[in-house]
Design a protein. Structure first.
Length: 437
């Protein structure tokens, strides 16, 4: 056993120490629920701590827009509520277009913004763009500016939720991987960890790229693949712009430290790491893989062999599937780093000599339609999924904390999560990601 024994019983056990898990734990604890949060590593170790921190309305599946309007209201008062600094700034966001297809997509986004009553402005000329982002150049055909969007500091935000959850009575155990899940009579009955068993009737799975493995403990197959991303931070240079700029081949934003974050663009090919979980759900993925074959780089190699080895009888990782995944740094795609920096230099030539001080890798849990899986499942009863965010799960974190708490304690949510149900895959009601705006 690792460390002292943990709490033996809880109303709800949340697995996953990212923004969704911590926000849910906070909201549950605030309503007087006895909640335990388990994290195999440390809080904000993985996706939630490695994202660029965008808090935006657009570049989302349309059914998410109603969440984001509410989530942005929560972000505005989050520092006060959590009594901590999240770094949230309504600096605005700009989506750039480089070709006619990009322009068409942006025009559709502008119409969507209008339909939902969102404030946005189409930018048709370089001068209009440069008024908002001084020094912006390059092969740009236009853009869409949403002034009410923003960004926050990911690790600060997640840790703020975690501390607030603890202050309201939640128990958080880090370095505590799940070993097993007990089901009795079709209902969740307990969660088993290295440090002991916790009796519970409700389990929230908020485990990012590890969700398929956790769900398989109770016989569920989640169609989740892992894709790799990279991030770059420059030295402090006091940039003279505030928006998050998101282009086809790269994006960037200022930080509160006076540095600049650089990230991938919305058309840059993604690295998909083939693993055993991905092979199990290949039939759900085939339409997406075919439609987006030019934007997908499938990696089949040593990592797949290692993953297969972990499933073999007698493998320590088979008995303790999450115990060997903590603290493992994702691979950094050096080619992608160069592409992102090259694109930034092209768009912001006045800053091309700014030095890079930090680079990092990250991983995202993707679903075939690139929207999350949310809510209850038919069996086992008591399991709540909040997984598969496909790279856009940071911004809805505050509202998801509230909605999942409503689902658990009230039996329904104040905003619809029906389009994101797990059963859509079996029902054939999967929305192709081309319908994203």
């Amino acid at each position: 056993m690792i460390g002292p024994p943990i709490e033996k019983e809880a109303d709800v056990v949340v697995v996953g120490g990212g923004i969704n898990g911590c926000a849910i734990a906070y909201n549950l604890a605030k309503r007087g629920t006895k909640v335990v949060l388990l994290e195999k590593g440390n809080i904000a170790d993985e996706a939630s701590g490695r994202t660029m921190g965008a808090v935006r309305n657009l570049r989302r599946f349309p059914a998410e827009i109603c969440w984001m309007s509410e989530s942005l209201k929560l972000w505005d008062q989050l520092d006060e509520e959590l009594q901590a600094r999240t770094g949230f700034t309504r600096g605005g966001a700009i989506i750039l277009a480089e070709n006619d297809n990009d322009v068409e997509a942006i025009e559709a986004s502008a119409q969507l913004a209008k339909d939902y009553g969102l404030k946005s402005y189409s930018l048709k000329t370089p001068k209009e763009l440069q008024e908002i982002v001084p020094g912006l150049e390059g092969p740009i055909k236009g853009g869409l500016y949403t002034p009410d969007d923003g960004y926050a500091d990911p690790p600060d935000t997640v840790n703020a939720f975690a501390r607030a959850a603890q202050e309201n009575g939640a128990l958080i155990y880090t370095q505590t991987p799940v070993q097993g899940i007990e089901v009795s009579g079709g209902n969740i009955s307990s969660v088993i960890t290295d440090r002991g068993e916790i009796k519970t009737s409700t389990l929230v799975c908020a485990t990012g790229i590890w969700s398929a493995k956790l769900a398989r403990m109770v016989g569920l197959s989640l169609p989740i693949k892992t894709t790799r991303i990279v991030g770059i931070e420059t030295e402090s240079c006091s940039p003279q712009f505030t928006p998050f700029v998101f282009g086809p081949l790269g994006g960037f934003r200022p930080t509160s430290r006076g540095t600049i974050y650089l990230t991938i663009g919305y058309r840059l090919p993604l690295n998909y790491d083939m693993a055993t979980d991905a092979l199990r759900s290949l039939r759900h993925w085939m339409p997406t893989l075919i439609s987006f074959r030019k934007q997908i780089k499938m990696n089949v190699g040593v990592d797949l062999l290692k993953d297969i080895a972990r499933t073999l009888p007698g493998s320590p990782a088979r008995k303790r599937p999450f115990a060997f995944s903590s603290g493992v740094e994702p691979k950094i795609d050096r080619k992608m780093l160069k592409q992102i920096k090259s694109k930034f230099d092209q768009l912001m030539p006045s800053l091309k000599d700014v030095k890079i001080v930090r680079t990092w890798g990250g991983q995202m849990a993707m679903t075939p339609d690139m929207i999350p899986i949310l809510g209850k499942v038919d069996r086992p009863q008591g399991l709540i999924l909040i997984v598969g965010w496909s790279g856009h799960g940071f911004a809805p974190g505050p509202i998801m904390g509230r909605l999942m708490t409503e689902l658990i304690l009230d039996g329904k949510t104040s905003l619809s999560i029906h389009p994101f149900r797990y059963s859509r895959f079996a029902e054939g009601d999967v929305q192709m990601s081309q319908k994203w705006i």
